[in-house]
Write a new protein. Structure first.
Length: 393
């Protein structure tokens, strides 16, 4: 315990001395969030923060030092997180590299793949995207048809992926390909692919919210080295499922209210008004309280799950519970914000609305997709029923 307190004191002093002042405020625009990669346009302070944190391995604090990670214990990593929160410091790096493909490679990759990719993830040099869904393979992911034909030391890839999050900004993709057309699940291979390879083209998809975070990705005679197969050829389905569990943990964690847990209460006081310091509407008070209780329950459960991950235990099917609960709670949160704000929540552009009000309809529209991406709520309920609760088919 004394060693942990010493670590806390040293960590606090180091963060105080090295964290740029600009990194001690919440991100206010998408470009304020550092996803790394070659195509990012980040401020000098953001780049400096990434560089000094990655030099210590603190972008991935519990990953092994031999691959550039921090080598911290889960207890030390929790202290680091707590001290960063005290100083209101932004994460130095975010993305699929840290949350999805990095943990998977540490678990299932060979030594060459770990040494090639893990240090670049830690340093934020490469941004990753995910190539799973296809126009005819969404919920039935095992129905994917993108072909990979062996040609010596390479596979030649032809086909299409869809809903590729940030595919237009990514440097590499982890992709599921069909290497055996005779078998469904047993004919899928998990492959790593350079997005700058000849034959790769990406087209953003504009959403109803006006944003374009998703893309279509087209592959025409793209060559990917066989050495980039994670696991075995034709045995990628189980690896794909493991990564989906990492993804569902990540999606649920994204709905933690890190910046202002009292936002809904502040909206209620502003638009509905208190009565003697208390909101007059008992139904509204109940809805606000329930959201707060649900959020605390999710945060505590996610923290326990993250502790297990930091201890080297792979995520289990319970990740589907987090994904289901987190995404549906986010929809309830957006609904409640709109109900509180009333007509002022309907602004899209132009005068008469605050910047926060102009974002409410877009946030509400975007939340509709939360229960679809990463596996629909119906799929999550099936997984929970069969693999968590052990219910019969």
């Amino acid at each position: 315990m004394a060693d942990l307190e010493t670590f806390r004191e040293e960590t606090h002093r180091w963060l105080e001395a090295n964290a740029p002042a600009a990194m001690r405020t919440p991100p206010r625009a998408p470009e304020d969030v550092c996803w790394g990669g070659k195509k990012g346009n980040y401020s000098a302070d953001t780049k400096r923060w990434l560089a000094i944190m990655s030099e210590r391995g603190w972008t991935a604090p519990t990953w092994p030092r031999e691959y550039g990670g921090g080598g911290l214990s889960k207890e030390e990593a929790k202290v680091l997180s707590q001290e960063m929160a005290k100083l209101r410091l932004r994460p130095p790096l975010m993305g699929f590299g840290l949350e999805m493909i990095g943990p998977l490679l540490l678990q299932a990759g060979n030594d060459e793949q770990k040494r090639e990719h893990i240090p670049k993830i830690v340093r934020g040099e490469i941004r990753w995207c995910q190539g799973y869904s296809e126009p005819g393979a969404g919920s039935d992911l095992a129905g994917l048809q993108l072909k990979a034909v062996r040609d010596g030391d390479h596979f030649v890839l032809n086909g299409q992926k869809v809903w590729t999050s940030f595919g237009d900004k990514a440097d590499w993709m982890f992709i599921l390909v069909r290497t055996n057309t005779e078998k469904k699940h047993a004919g899928i291979t998990f492959l790593l692919m350079d997005m700058d390879a000849p034959g790769v083209s990406v087209r953003p998809i504009k959403l109803i919210s006006g944003a374009s975070p998703f893309c279509e990705t087209f592959l025409s005679d793209v060559r990917a080295p066989v050495k980039n197969v994670v696991g075995e050829i034709d045995a990628g389905w189980n690896i794909a499922k493991t990564l989906l569990r990492f993804e569902r943990n990540m999606i649920a964690d994204a709905f933690k209210e890190r910046e202002d847990r009292n936002r809904l209460l502040k909206l209620a006081r502003r638009y509905v008004g208190p009565e003697s310091g208390r909101l007059a509407d008992p139904i509204l008070r109940d809805r606000l309280t329930q959201i707060e209780l649900d959020q605390q329950a999710l945060d505590l459960t996610l923290s326990r799950s993250r502790d297990r991950l930091k201890a080297g235990q792979p995520p289990g099917p319970e990740a589907s519970i987090f994904k289901l609960y987190g995404t549906e709670m986010n929809q309830r949160r957006r609904e409640l914000a709109g109900d509180i704000t009333g007509p002022q929540a309907l602004g899209w552009e132009g005068p008469g609305f605050t910047p926060e009000e102009l974002g409410m309809t877009r946030d509400w529209l975007r939340s509709r997709g939360n229960t679809i991406e990463g596996g629909t709520s119906e799929i999550q309920l099936n997984i929970i029923a069969k693999q968590v609760l052990g219910l019969p088919d």
